[in-house]
Design a protein around this ligand. Sequence first.
Ligand SMILES: *Cc1c(COP(=O)(O)O)cnc(C)c1O
Length: 355
Amino acid sequence: MSRFFSAKYASLQAYTPGEQPRDAQYVKLNTNESPFPPAPAVTAAAAQEAERLNLYCDPACTELCAAAARQYGLLPENVLPVNGSDEILYFAFMAFGDERHAFTFPDVTYGFYPVYANVNHVPAHIIPLREDFTIDPADYCNLGENIVIPNPNAPTGIALSVSQIEDIVRTNSDAVVIIDEAYVDFGAESCVPLLGRYDNLLVTQTFSKSRSLAGARLGFGLGNPALIQDLNTVKYSVNPYNVNRMTQAAGIAAMQSGDYYRQNCLTIVQNREYTTQALAEMGFETLPSKANFIFTQCPDIPGGALYQALRERGVLVRHFDQKRTENFIRVTIGSRPQMDAFLDAVREIRKERGI
Ligand SMILES: *Cc1c(COP(=O)(O)O)cnc(C)c1O
């Protein structure tokens, strides 16, 4: 730390992103990216737009908003495109949280929420998941506090139904409820249809997972026009050109390539069921996932040791070294060859240990 670092950040615990190795020697199942490249029309659109990189992009993302509005059945004023959905979450903590307006979220969830609370000096109200790692919706009803919940939750992969979420949104009408739908395209139900009925609901989505655009950084905030306006006030106070030219073009092309991405999502879901089944045959317990990852534990090998042994065999997964999660590993669902490489490595590790 330099002697210039502001005292207000002295105790900040920054988020640690999953490893992004620079060489390709790993089977990379650690940050929930798609194993499939973007659709050909997406790469072409981005390449064409690259010729105009000397000019600033459209700060209002006019065409991208129109395309997203059509795709989600909303109006452009319901949509705010952002630099990855992490950015809309950050904007929302800035816009709706302060010392007297806490944010509530589960104890086992996306690791960025406590960091956003901390950096914005917003109190975090943390509610433990049930013993089986499910969210009890009743814990969140009538709280009168801002809430953020991923659906499906990460890193568990467990989803709530839209009607369970609607109860939470309806009974907290004087606070903002954010549903983080980063993984919704792999089998959960979207809350976008609720937006017409509730002015306190903000749905966030990302093109990083199901749309193969993690490296382009594109997410969306979807909500009532007044909420979106507040978030725009924050955006224009921080970084008006937050979604670059190539990403705006790529996003529009991605929305025109729906069939390609739907097929990829189906493949991922099949690979998820295949992997879960193969692990079950080895005695693993896997939480019921509706995401492009699984959270699984081996009865005989602690999560940290399994993570390390997989790494030594060139397979990267994620391990969360906290009390409730330390026995688990989170495994991104990739292509079938990637999942076979992972399963083979697990079999070898067990064999070596005489299990
Ligand atoms: C991956 C992820 C995000 C954000 O991803 P971006 O790449 O910033 O769009 C948000 N929430 C959860 C729960 C995630 O896992």
